[in-house]
Design a protein around this ligand. Structure first.
Ligand code: 5AD
Ligand code: FES
Length: 352
């Protein structure tokens, strides 16, 4: 145990570890070590963000997807989901409602839906930018061309979330059908960064076939890419996918990894995800206590929430945006934090 604590302190001072050291640390299942990491992680988030928790209003703009990832509830072959796509007006209205509720960052997330052409997206982004010049616009629309990423950036988008899902190419093959390319996904992340987006990568904890060595590669990718954000949450099986019977990720391992990521990159924006809140009623609070500093409540119209079910039993699908806002404010204040109204850019960030 002393050895693992030493490794955590080494990570804290060097912000990197050797592959074998990562392996040793990630293998560790000791509660004492996890608590040691959580305390250090929390100290860093307190120093950098105070007791403030950033919120992002998530607008799930479409559940159509051309991809067929084995883990995901809205995969192409799942014919049991009712598909929907928000209109231009609905998306803009959601952002307006969010603005009134105090959100200053909107995340437009969707499956890889071919109807969202560059022209359509740039128009919507431009309109939101015009209506709310003080807000940040984050996109989470999967893999697109460099040209598309550039056009949307020029139209006013600031940030892009694209979870890499796993940094191990063999593991990537186990999670995705042949038609998807690991190389392209990683390339997209570096392209986004080069264009000037604040970039978020991330992965599921405990996805089928994930080994410690996969997680080491995830940590090494974060070390190399230096993303502004990292989104991680437990894998939660969805009943209508090939992984329906696979075990889900655990709260404990997710929390430990959150802490290690905070220590690796103290100023990173780190959400306590909805998936974590789904497998444990206090999951998001525990995430914050392990070093997370962002929450991403749902702003999508209530009528469609159930249909954006990436995994089973997703929380908040019946709640209005305003209810989630109040609920989260109460939850964070109960653990000594507060929700803030600000764009919540990565520390030191200046728009190119
Ligand atoms: N469990 C947990 N997370 C999932 N995602 C997709 N399916 C699942 C699942 N079954 C995550 C992926 C994706 C993000 C939007 O949701 O990591 O990038
Ligand atoms: Fe949605 Fe609590 S955050 S109801």
């Amino acid at each position: 145990m002393e050895r693992e604590k030493e490794l955590i302190l080494k990570l804290d001072s060097l912000h990197r570890l050797e592959t074998e050291e990562w392996e040793e640390l990630i293998r560790c299942r000791d509660d004492d070590v996890a608590e040691f990491a959580a305390e250090l992680a929390r100290k860093h988030s307190r120093e950098i963000f105070g007791n403030q928790i950033y919120t992002r209003g998530l607008i799930e703009i479409s559940n159509y997807c051309k991809n067929n990832c084995y883990y995901c509830g809205i995969r192409r072959d799942n014919s049991s989901v009712e598909r929907y796509r928000l209109t231009r007006e609905q998306i803009i209205e959601c952002a307006g409602i969010g603005y009134e509720l105090g959100f200053r960052t909107f995340v437009l997330q969707g499956g890889e839906d071919g109807s969202f052409t560059d022209e359509f997206m740039c128009d919507v982004i431009g309109e939101i930018r015009k209506n709310h010049p003080d807000c940040a616009i984050t996109l989470s629309l999967g893999e697109r061309s460099e040209k598309s990423y550039r056009l949307m950036y020029e139209a006013g988008a600031n940030r892009y979330l694209l979870r890499h899902e796993t940094a191990d190419s063999a593991h990537y093959r186990k999670l995705h059908p042949e038609e998807m390319s690991f190389e392209n996904r990683i390339r997209c992340l570096y392209t986004l960064k080069e264009i000037g987006y604040q970039v978020g990568c991330g992965f599921m904890v405990g996805s089928p076939g994930q080994t410690e060595s996969c997680l080491v590669k995830d940590m090494e990718l974060i070390t190399d890419l230096q993303p502004e954000m990292v989104g991680i949450g437990p894998f939660v099986p969805h009943h209508a996918t090939p992984f329906a019977r696979e075990p889900g990720g655990t709260v404990k391992q997710t929390l430990f990894l959150l802490s290690l990521i905070r220590i690796l990159k103290p100023d990173v924006l780190l959400p306590a995800t909805t998936a974590l809140g789904t497998i444990d009623p206090k999951g998001r609070e525990k995430g914050i206590m392990a070093g997370a500093n962002v929450l991403m409540p749902n702003l999508s119209p209530t009528d469609y929430r159930k249909q954006y079910e990436l995994y089973d039993n997703k929380i908040c699908t019946g709640d209005e945006a305003a209810e989630c806002r109040v609920c989260l404010a109460n939850r964070v204040s109960a653990i000594g934090y507060e929700i803030v109204t600000s764009r919540g850019d990565a520390p030191g960030w200046t728009q190119k």
